[in-house]
Ligand binder design. Sequence first.
Ligand SMILES: [Zn+2]
Length: 239
Amino acid sequence: MSHNTVTHKCAVCGKAFKPQYLRKYELLRPNLNAVIAASVPSWGPGAEICTTDLRAMRAQYIEQMLATERGELSDLDREVIESMAKGEVITQDLGVTLEMKSSFGERAADKVAAIGGSWTFILSFSAVLIIWMMLNVTALLFKPFDPYPFILLNLVLSSLAAIQAPVIMMSQRRQETKDRLRAENDYRINLKAELEIRQLHEKIDHQMAHQWDKLAELQQIQIDLLEDAAHANRNSRTP
Ligand SMILES: [Zn+2]
């Protein structure tokens, strides 16, 4: 059997994998090892775990960590943990999500509110009002259809106001929904970044401790070798 075809078994699922898809017990952080050992009794020095199971265990570890810190996990927290387990990107395109949820009426309300809240609308509407009043006061072109004090104009204006108010409210509610989605998305991204950074911290700490041990071991070997050489040298000089 050549070296390349050697397969090892994952201690969690029991399936055989090539060495590059497995991680050893010694290379994992102690906290993570404790979580794995809690569900897999055989987990210990020399044991190996496949990358899929490792991701799942890592998610479990994060869930436990968050649960002990906060007591209760929200749906948003769970979404973050799930995305970490799958190794996915968490950001969503909010514009697309919201556009998919909104009906034609809601989109129309947005348009109407946008037009109603512009200087173009104020100026052109003022022009209409002035023309209406002028025509009815001067009676140049035709007999006044709405003489002073413009009762019909009053009715038109009140109807317009009555319709405009709910349209603006509808648009505002949609804006609120948009803001809430944005805030939730920010929360998810921040939480995920925080958790990932924490994991990296732990990994680096573990890595450094590990390397330090290795270095001390190497030094000890070198000292032993030097002592052996010195010993051999002394022996060869004494007849
Ligand atoms: Zn496995």
